[in-house]
Write a protein that binds this ligand. Structure first.
Ligand code: DGJ
Length: 754
């Protein structure tokens, strides 16, 4: 069982996770918290030795270089002889710009499978209290951390210029390899790597959304030697859907740390008397099981504690929610743990989405025709994408006018929804409520509702501007608009899109407000709106989309069931994108459509089975123009959807082993293991030089058990499958191919030779 212990005599705190531990102690007579350990489980007695080492500082040249002593501050306040990247930079009313504090209290609470430690640090002169939070979860090696800042007085505001969620010290090793995800539109989640050398590396978004370009997730492995199944790996993931920053820094003493949170670029936050700022969570984990184990730990923990669970920190306030009618705030008391923390989230339905088939040309009859075919295939949720509202016949008009187009749907959405429901499917709808086309009734009525600076260009992207969600009245309007849509129509799924980054984040009409807060207030208000909608409409499931995969992170995943990884639906490109996505996030959260061939973006032609096998690696969807599919295509699709439903729990809840990476050549394979079931998916592209493997070695099986191939009935020992491998079909050179193998472990009575 995970837990957090305090040794009052020694002044240490020890967080114990499944097989790892994390420790820190009081230092400098309570004026600092010194990091002690993050890694393999330690017996509590070992902490005394660690404390002595940390108190002794560093020897010789290292000590000189780092100005006398090593200071692995748990949370680095800017002030004194501290030159590490600060966790906190605050400015007080009298012009003081440094922080000196004392630890004033701590408490551990336990609720269900979750234990949380809060440690308070109070400035010795000024009215600022910082509370560091540490949360552990039974059965997991994930440590969730965040900080809360509070103005405890009645004097002038405290100006916060930088405030990180957490600071992670790494143990001394010769070198560290950093792996992270980068990309762009149509090419999200590409793995990159770099070495931590003296100095610092910054990964960030300055776009107001998580971004397609970089993701707030990383791994660090000592010496770059970790493999998929072996080696020390540290990994971190920030729960923030706005501008964020991660810093990786190696100090002069050779000690590396990773820290981050909301981006301080163009950001400042005036904390008024009594006001509290809850910073986003920053989760970390350590494993000796290699890169694959790190991913599996993230996946399992997110299924149990993140996907669609909400966040009690955000529910407690932040933003300006307390200054206006609180209709859009979630009802108090509905916190993360009340939503069944710890259990498996429901399986994702097989979904159809109309975007690639009909674009903006939607109509009741056209969607109904698609729905009829979709239902015959076994689709469970029919989603109508963009184009159903206002004057939205293209991307230049109508965004913001969330009333059903009477030209396209003269009878409203009701009859289509009824038909979809009668066909046995749920109905879902696309919305993009944070943006507006200048050519819309909303913008004509409220030109001041968008971010802008007086007298400056309002930069358009995809012909749209961003609504100033930092404004309580705008956030309230977004809540009311979507709430009405959901109340008036039987909608069970929402795809929440956001097709551009923020720019010109100004709010000129408002005097006396805190202009640089917009970066964080936008996200906090978005979270509050989503939390409020989920509380008011618990039957509605959500997908996060931002012009493809521009908003995928642990913060949004707390409020949605799934995310759209990319607008690039070319199945071969998706193999790479999906490999990157699932480094950090679970297959269950990864929406994947089968679309038409040739692909609209790459013009590549791929077999239907290949497209299905790629999409079956996540939450399966279909996004092609079904009215143009041949009878043979439709029959094959129906068969593959039925196969998927059979293996869905294994894909969506199983353990993922990456058997072969597409980064090493035109061949990739993944294996999913859940109980007695094993599913292997392999995909390959045209052979260049060399040969494609004839077999693939499996992982995570029971060596002494036999497995039956559900397709062929063939039996094989686990040991043989892991040592010699599973035979793969061979296809002529120059073709794309794929395979799906479902193996079932036999019971002891069925395997007499065990
Ligand atoms: C961008 C999304 O990623 C697409 O799937 C589609 O929903 C369009 N927006 C609609 O405008």
């Amino acid at each position: 069982m995970a837990g957090i212990w305090h040794d009052a005599a020694a002044g240490t705190w020890l967080a114990e996770m499944r097989s790892t531990s994390y420790a820190f102690s009081l230092a400098d007579d309570g004026a600092a918290l010194r990091h002690l350990h993050w890694g393999a489980a330690l017996p509590p007695a070992a902490l005394d030795g660690l404390r002595a080492t940390a108190a002794g500082g560093m020897p010789g040249q290292e000590a000189q270089l780092s100005l006398g002593r090593e200071r692995p501050d748990e949370y680095v306040p800017w002030g004194g002889l501290r030159f590490d990247e600060p966790s906190l930079k605050a400015e007080y009313g009298d012009g003081t710009r440094s922080v000196e504090w004392l630890v004033t209290g701590h408490r551990v609470t336990r609720r269900g499978p979750v234990s949380t430690l809060h440690v308070d640090l109070a400035d010795t002169v000024h009215p600022l209290r910082v509370t560091l939070a540490y949360r552990v979860y039974d059965g997991f090696d994930v440590l969730d951390r965040w900080a809360t800042l509070r103005h405890e007085g009645d004097g002038p505001p405290v100006l916060i210029r930088q405030a990180h969620s957490a600071n992670w010290w790494l143990p001394l090793r010769d070198s560290w390899r950093l792996r992270y995800l980068h990309g762009g539109w149509g090419a999200e989640s590409q793995l990159a790597q770099a070495w931590l050398t003296p100095g610092k590396i910054v990964l960030e978004s300055r776009r107001g959304i998580t971004s397609h370009q970089l993701s707030p997730w990383f791994t660090l492995d000592a010496g770059g030697t970790a493999t998929e199944e072996d080696g020390e790996v540290y990994s971190g993931s920030l729960a923030w859907s706005g501008s964020w920053k991660l810093v990786f820094e190696t100090n002069p003493g050779g000690r590396a740390h990773a820290c981050g949170g909301v981006n301080d670029f163009d950001w400042a936050y005036r904390l008024g008397p009594g006001e509290e700022l809850v910073l986003p969570r920053f989760a970390g984990l350590y494993t000796t099981g290699g890169l694959g184990a790190a991913s599996r730990e993230w996946h399992a923990w997110q299924l149990a504690h993140v996907l669609g669970r909400g966040d009690e920190a955000a529910a407690r306030g932040g933003g300006r929610g307390d200054e206006v009618g609180r209709g859009w705030m979630p009802p108090s008391g509905r916190t993360v743990l009340d939503r069944g923390d710890g259990g498996d989230p429901p399986l994702r339905p097989v979904l159809y989405n109309s975007w690639e088939a009909t674009s903006f040309r939607v109509s009741e009859a056209g969607q109904a025709r698609l729905a009829e075919v979709a239902a015959r295939l076994g689709i469970e949720c029919f989603v109508m994408d963009d184009g159903w509202f206002g004057g939205r016949d293209h991307d230049r008009a109508g965004l913001g006018d969330w009333t059903v187009s009477r030209e396209k749907f003269p009878r409203g959405l009701g009859p289509l929804i009824e038909q979809v429901n009668n066909l046995g499917m749920r109905f879902g709808l696309w919305i993009e409520p944070e943006s507006v086309n200048p050519d819309s009734d909303l913008y004509r009525a409220h030109p001041d509702w968008v971010y802008h600076f007086a007298g400056r260009t309002r930069s358009q992207h995809r012909n749209q501007l961003v609504l100033n969600l930092a404004r309580p009245d705008v956030a309230e309007w977004v809540f009311a608009t979507v709430d009405r849509l959901l109340s008036e129509n039987h909608i069970e799924f929402l795809k929440w899109d956001m097709n551009r980054p923020l720019s010109e984040p100004g709010w000129p009409a408002q005097s006396g407000h805190d202009p640089e807060r917009a970066w964080t207030d936008h996200v906090r208000n978005l979270y509050a709106v989503l939390d409020g909608l989920r509380a008011a409409h618990p039957g509605v499931q959500l997908e996060s989309c931002a012009g493809g995969g521009g908003r995928v992170d642990l913060g949004i995943l707390r409020r949605v069931e799934q995310a759209w990884p990319s607008d690039n639906t070319d199945a071969w490109d998706r193999v790479t994108i999906q490999e990157g996505f699932t480094q950090a996030y679970p297959p269950q959260a990864m929406m994947a459509w089968v679309t038409d061939s040739p692909n609209w973006l790459t013009h590549r032609e791929l077999p239907l089975s290949f497209r299905f096998h790629v999409a079956m690696a996540g939450a399966l969807g279909v996004g092609g123009d079904l009215l143009r599919w041949t009878g043979q295509d439709l029959a094959e699709a129906a068969e593959l959807i039925a196969v998927y439903k059979g293996i869905r729990p294994v894909i969506q809840r199983g353990q993922l082993y990456r058997l072969a990476s597409v980064l090493h050549g035109p061949f990739a394979a993944s294996e999913y293991v859940a109980g007695d079931d094993v599913v292997v998916l392999a995909w390959w592209g045209p052979r260049q030089c060399g040969v494609r493997p004839g077999r693939i070695r499996l992982a995570g099986l029971d060596a002494g058990a036999r497995y039956r191939d559900a397709g062929t009935g063939r039996l094989n020992w686990g040991a043989v499958l892991m040592e010699e491998g599973l035979a793969l079909p061979q296809e002529p050179a120059g073709t794309f191919g794929s395979t799906l193998v479902h193996l079932v472990r036999l019971g002891a009575d069925e395997a007499p030779h065990r």
